[in-house]
Write a protein that binds this ligand. Structure first.
Ligand SMILES: Cc1cc2nc3c(=O)[nH]c(=O)nc-3n(C[C@H](O)[C@H](O)[C@H](O)COP(=O)(O)OP(=O)(O)OC[C@H]3O[C@@H](n4cnc5c(N)ncnc54)[C@H](O)[C@@H]3O)c2cc1C
Length: 534
């Protein structure tokens, strides 16, 4: 096998003939002796001519071309149940791993099924009322179900990302995600994939309970774990009815030897529950700042150096810089996307972004955030492990207090950096709307100060044209990762305060983003299955 690199002008596909001739040349054989060419990676290079760069594995006749194979899902109808709390990426990929290892996932989810969530999210923008169990963060598919569906992770040490990507393709994602350097799925396609995952889990004997909110967790004298739940009104009966009965003890209590806790970083009630019991929790650094919205045409112009054509992929950007010894970075950029209200309780304003697969809105948005560390706010010390969560909540509530609704306090970028309120605001994709505000004063001083230095620096050095008053900053981007960690044993991955419970995914503080949360779900389920099989 030989790996070769090829470039072709953007806007057309690489043909088999082109690959074959390039492979034959690289291998020094006649084209007839090349048995297989496999694209490993495709990325865009806009530094000079705008091209797609391909990395290709070329094989000669007689050579074996290894294929990635997923473990098979088994029928687990009569297997031992494992409770999974939360049907986000971590919970769902944990459930799929359990099917592979012969255990029966019993999924408890406070929200609705993925399609049932849509009316609640639509109503949010109109009524301004947040359903605490059905919103952009809570419900089947978790926080990742209505997002840009970006599938990259900065770290490969968490596990084999192919296990996540190949399963997403199996459930309906475009196979191009297997080779794209920056794969994404889009909000219009994710719900069907989430539904297909559910159909797979249920058809193999697993179980879903929607509208089932976990309110307590206890260890029984026999070492098993009881999970107490409350029914959430308004959740469709179909969630229960469409799935088979667990056989595990339930009414409002489920019991199993092992439980995976994958409730995400917005489940503040779970942190409160553990804190109230005196169980171990740690304050964890996270990041907070604003959502920045530019016209997408401007970002296209910057990134493609004025040579953007409509057939080219919508341009992305990312940056990271240090200001006064602290990281300031772009986060979860949504090209051709829209801003969405992602609060989980009334009385708070929280923004996030999402895009459809075509990434074709006229806006580009991204979080631009500053790292916040546990020692930064001594005034929150009395909240102990929940200090940064309380800080996060206070900032979100201060935004709500300013606007009196889900409208986002907003300021033009240059006005923000100069410390003057904007006299008017440009149009925004954020449906609840924006209200002119002194964001430079509303944000915590150490965040505001660094952002005000980072924007002009980024515009001058990295993204020329980025620093402009056509860009709107909206507050607040605060749910970047968990401000709390639920510590686990590094070997067994069990919760240090309750063996048999596996804190998992973003809410446990061990992952951030769809792929890394899914990988953490896979790791926890694999470790748990090995422990049960001993
Ligand atoms: C609008 C938006 C866009 C995003 N875009 C991207 C993106 O493009 N790419 C990316 O990598 N990441 C993105 N993210 C972040 C990503 O979605 C999360 O990192 C990821 O979903 C975390 O997975 P998780 O399974 O750990 O938790 P979550 O997805 O948060 O899932 C937790 C689940 O637990 C349930 N739950 C909570 N409490 C309870 C309880 N007490 N009882 C029962 N169930 C409970 C919730 O309803 C939820 O379904 C986005 C997030 C949002 C909000």
């Amino acid at each position: 096998m030989k790996e070769i690199e090829m470039s072709i002008p953007i806007g057309r596909d690489l043909t088999d003939g082109e690959m074959l001739s390039a492979a034959a040349r690289a291998l020094g054989v006649a084209p007839g002796k090349v048995s297989r060419c496999k694209v490993l990676r495709r990325s865009i290079d806009a530094r000079n001519d705008i091209v797609y760069r391909y990395r290709i594995a070329a094989y000669v006749s007689g050579e074996e071309c290894p294929e990635y194979r997923l473990e098979e899902y088994r029928d687990v109808s009569s297997a031992e149940p494992v409770i999974i709390i939360g049907a986000g990426p971590a919970g769902l990929f944990a459930a799929l791993k359990l099917l592979m290892r012969g255990f029966r996932p019993v999924i408890l989810e406070r929200g609705k099924d993925v399609h049932g969530r849509k009316p609640d999210m639509a109503a949010l923008s109109v009524s301004g009322k947040v359903d605490p169990d059905s919103n952009y963060c809570f419900g089947e598919g978790g926080a990742g179900a209505f997002s840009d569906g970006k599938l990259y992770t900065r770290s490969s040490k968490r596990g084999d990302i192919r296990e996540v990507l190949h399963q997403l393709v199996l459930f309906g994602a475009d196979p191009e995600i297997l080779v794209d350097a920056h794969p994404h799925i889009g909000s219009d396609r994710l719900p069907l994939i989430v539904e297909n995952i559910r159909n797979c889990i249920v058809s193999h004997g697993g179980e879903y309970h929607f509208g089932t909110k976990v309110t307590d967790i206890e260890r029984n004298t026999d070492g098993s774990i009881s999970v107490r739940t409350a029914s959430v009104s308004g959740a469709p009966a179909a969630g229960r009815g469409s799935c088979q009965d667990s056989g595990a003890e339930h009414e409002d209590i489920f019991r199993a030897r092992r439980v995976i806790l994958a409730t995400g970083h917005s489940a503040r009630d779970i942190y409160g529950l553990f804190d109230g019991k005196g169980w171990a929790l740690e304050a964890k650094g996270f990041a907070l700042g604003v959502r920045v919205e530019h016209p997408q045409s401007l970002i296209n112009r910057i990134q493609y150096h004025g040579r953007y054509q409509p057939f080219m992929p919508t341009a992305e950007y990312s940056f990271v810089t240090q200001v006064k010894d602290r990281g300031v970075f772009s986060f979860c950029m949504c090209p051709g996307g829209i801003l969405v209200p992602s609060a989980t309780s009334d009385g708070e304003v929280v923004l996030n972004g999402m895009s459809n697969s075509a990434r074709n809105s006229r806006w580009a948005n991204a979080g631009v955030v500053v790292s916040v560390e546990p020692g930064d706010m001594p005034q929150y010390g009395r909240y102990g492990a929940l200090s940064l969560m309380q800080f996060q909540k206070d900032v979100e509530q201060s935004m709500f207090r300013f606007s009196g609704s889900l409208k986002a306090p907003a300021q033009r970028m240059m006005d923000f950096c100069r410390g003057v309120e904007s006299r008017d605001l440009p149009a925004t994709s954020y449906r609840p709307g924006a209200v002119a505000a002194p964001l430079h004063e509303l944000l915590p001083e150490h965040v505001s100060q660094r952002l005000r230095l980072a924007f002009p620096e980024t515009g001058n050095r990295k993204l020329k044209g980025y620093y402009t008053n056509d860009a709107l900053l909206l507050g607040v981007e605060s749910r970047t990762s968990s401000p709390v960690r639920i510590p686990r044993d590094p070997e067994t991955l069990e919760y240090v305060s309750l063996p048999g419970l596996y804190p998992c995914g973003e809410g446990a503080g061990y992952a951030g983003g769809i792929v890394s949360s899914a990988l953490d779900g896979i790791n926890c389920a694999a470790r748990l299955a090995a422990a049960l099989a001993e």
